[in-house]
Design a protein. Structure first.
Length: 277
């Protein structure tokens, strides 16, 4: 039977591992293949270089396969900032210019070589902007050449993929989204339906017992009359603790996204990729 639509290949790129899931079927996709590959740290190059080298090898499997590829990038490889509203008359180019200005204020001259994207068009609301090394984007495109059967259709920062997947869990008063990976944690806050702040921190937050201290610190950075008490947490680490018993914060631990074809006990290594499903 002729297959009219491409299968989807969801890839997660992180410093310590590359994982992918192949989904087949349109309305109710099913995982038909999956693989998790550890990244051996060679060092001496870009922080994403070793992971891309593994992805380049994995991509050879799909050189003649008609798949649409989405790559989800670990927050280790992404910088974020919240761009203030420009108003209804502001253009997308102006919003991008403002985002670049904010990144340069925070990170200096190195931001000039970054690829900057906006999560939404310029508007009267704050917008989340992300930035990655332009060389990283070029390397991802090289893994899946334009003239090949496997086509790179999307590159998504982990935070944006997770927000899009879990946004239905955010109430009208907003919430925090806390994404924890080995060696880094990304904490974003939505006040109502508007981005208020986002911060990435290195190490130190592997234990869930340290999360309240991070939240207490970050809530004082927020300009606004109210701070949500609900925290949606998604951790790739073992975070068993008594978070649910706390009264100052309301933690909701998010399970790994599930798809038919992958057993529940096998989901965690593919969770980052599956946020793009």
């Amino acid at each position: 039977m002729l297959r009219l639509s491409r299968d989807r290949l969801l890839v997660a790129l992180a410093p310590t591992a590359v994982s992918w899931v192949r989904l087949s079927g349109g309305f109710r996709p099913r995982a038909v293949a999956k693989r998790w590959v550890e990244v051996a740290a060679e060092g001496g190059g870009e922080p994403w270089g070793d992971a891309v080298a593994v992805l380049r090898q994995e991509a050879e499997r799909f050189r003649s396969e008609r798949v649409a590829v989405t790559v989800v990038l670990s927050n280790h490889f992404v910088r974020y900032t919240v761009v203030p509203p420009l108003g209804n008359t502001g253009s997308r180019d102006e919003a991008l210019a403002l985002a670049r200005f904010h990144f340069s204020k925070i990170h200096g001259d190195r931001a000039a070589t970054w690829d900057v994207r906006l999560a939404a068009p310029a508007s009267s609301h704050p917008t989340l902007a992300s930035a990655i090394d332009s060389a990283l984007l070029d390397s991802l495109k090289a893994c899946f050449p334009r003239d090949g059967a496997a086509r790179l259709v999307s590159v998504q920062p982990y935070t944006m993929a997770a927000f899009n997947f879990w946004r239905h869990r955010i109430g009208k008063d907003g919430a925090w989204l806390l994404l924890v990976e080995p060696g880094t944690a990304c904490l974003a806050m939505l006040a109502g339906n508007e981005w208020a702040t986002i911060q990435s921190v290195k190490s130190g937050y592997a234990s869930s017992d340290s999360w309240p201290a991070l939240l207490e610190r970050e809530k004082h950075r927020v300009n606004g009359p109210s701070v949500p008490k609900t925290i949606l947490t998604r951790s790739m680490l073992d975070t068993s603790s008594a978070l649910g018993a706390r009264r100052d914060w309301h933690f909701i631990e998010l399970d790994p996204p599930a798809v038919p074809g992958i057993e529940e006990k096998e989901l965690e290594p593919y969770a980052m990729a599956l946020h793009a499903a």
